[in-house]
Design a protein around this ligand. Structure first.
Ligand code: SIN
Ligand code: CO
Length: 398
């Protein structure tokens, strides 16, 4: 969306107004956020996805005050059994954007926020009465209603005590302050720590766009680990001009000075802003632990790749994270060497995930695909971070 334009997605607010007045501050209910919302995948496809090894799925079933949690894959037979009964259940699949280009397109609607902030697109399907119970999340979330209706109750309560002995984090005492029934295309934005409880009124599908806010502890640990791994310090303590010890039980001032200087030199080298931005870029693009990148079955020569890229164009593969941080680019946890002349093209790839080729017509700002850009893209292709767009005539989302 153009950032100074109002949009239905934000209930007629501009992105600037939404960020100023609601983001990380208070909930916002948006009716008809996505008019005629076409869900990226159907409820049946969600069930099929939940049954796959490579998907991150969970099944939550409620038996009165008792809840059970099963981790995926959730087999079709298990769900078929539940669908015949009448205990409320819900299946949740995380990182749906790793499995469908349409799902990625849904995330792109939120590009008024940096993709460094986006965590994942989760989908849930629930039977009548199903849900995950009242809880709080530590991240911002947009809850976008798909098929069916869901009743959301929310509360600003400070009592966040959890019910004991349950496999899920469910609030012991939940006192709803507001209640909304969401229908297809409606959306509820919740800042972190707002208690919420969603109950399916009918069989329903809910899409959650969740945001990550790294904890300082994890960023600093990552940085210090990276510096330690890169550490190589010459030299060793010596005793030039040493005098006899008066207090042999004390570290001598000369020894203190020499070794503290070694520590201080190493830590001020690690404090270079350039290195910190480097580590931050690596941290923010590190794939989640379960992600695997498929490399091409047969390596393409640089020449064949460049020719195909110019015609067909390229896109990031679904799980790839590409970000610019400071002056550098980072992809999937490591630095990506980019020549200054190619920085605009890489920025566009980081922003939109696609660089269109000649087959897509004379798009404004057409990419020249010069030799050095093609070399960078070819390397990304070899590691599975990037793929060629399908040839003209084939659907983009295969
Ligand atoms: C759900 O879709 O059932 C849960 C989403 C949430 O509460 O964050
Ligand atoms: Co939640």
């Amino acid at each position: 969306m153009a950032h100074n334009a109002t949009s239905t997605l934000l209930g007629g607010l501009t992105a600037r107004e939404f960020l100023r007045d609601y983001w990380q501050q208070k909930p916002l209910l948006v009716r008809g956020a996505i008019p005629d919302f076409e869900e990226p995948i159907t409820a049946r496809e969600v069930r099929e996805l939940a049954a796959r090894e490579e998907a991150l799925s969970r099944l939550v079933v409620r038996y009165g005050r008792q809840w059970t949690l099963e981790h995926g894959p959730i087999r079709a037979r298990r769900l078929a059994g539940l669908m015949r009964g009448n205990v409320p259940w819900t299946v949740l699949v995380q990182d749906v954007q790793h499995h469908s280009y349409e799902a990625h397109d849904l995330l792109a609607r939120f590009n008024f926020l940096s993709s460094a902030r986006i965590d994942d697109l989760m989908v849930s399907i629930a039977s009548k009465g199903g849900g995950v119970g009242p809880h709080v999340d530590s991240y911002d979330v947009f809850l976008l209603q798909g098929t069916g209706r869901r009743r959301w109750r929310i509360s600003r309560q400070e009592d966040l005590a959890l019910a004991p002995g349950l496999p899920l984090k469910i609030l012991k005492r939940f006192r709803a302050e507001e209640e909304y029934v969401l229908e297809k295309g409606d959306m509820l934005y919740l800042p972190p720590q707002v208690a919420h409880h969603g109950i399916a009124i009918d069989e329903c599908v809910t899409w959650s766009i969740g945001f990550r806010a790294p904890r300082f502890q994890e960023v600093v640990e990552f940085h210090l680990d990276a510096r330690r791994d890169a550490l190589s310090i010459d030299g060793q303590y010596r005793d030039p001009g040493i005098l006899p010890s008066v207090h042999p039980g004390t570290v001598s001032p000369a020894m203190q000075a020499s070794l503290v200087k070694a520590m201080s030199d190493a830590s001020s080298a690690a404090r270079s802003r350039h290195l910190m931005l480097h580590d931050l870029g690596c941290f923010l693009t590190t794939p989640k632990p379960h992600v695997v990148f498929d490399t091409p079955e047969s390596a393409m020569t640089a020449f064949a790749f460049a020719r195909a890229a110019k015609t067909r164009g390229v896109r990031l593969t679904l799980a790839t994270r590409l970000l610019r941080c400071g002056k550098g680019f980072f992809v999937n946890g490591g630095p990506l060497p980019v020549r200054a002349a190619d920085a605009d093209a890489l920025q566009r790839l980081a922003d939109t995930r696609v660089l269109p080729g000649a087959q897509r017509g004379r798009a404004p700002g057409r990419i020249a695909f010069g030799p050095s850009l093609c070399r960078t893209l070819h390397e990304m292709h070899a590691t599975g971070a990037l793929e060629l767009l399908p040839p003209a005539g084939e659907a983009l989302d295969e």
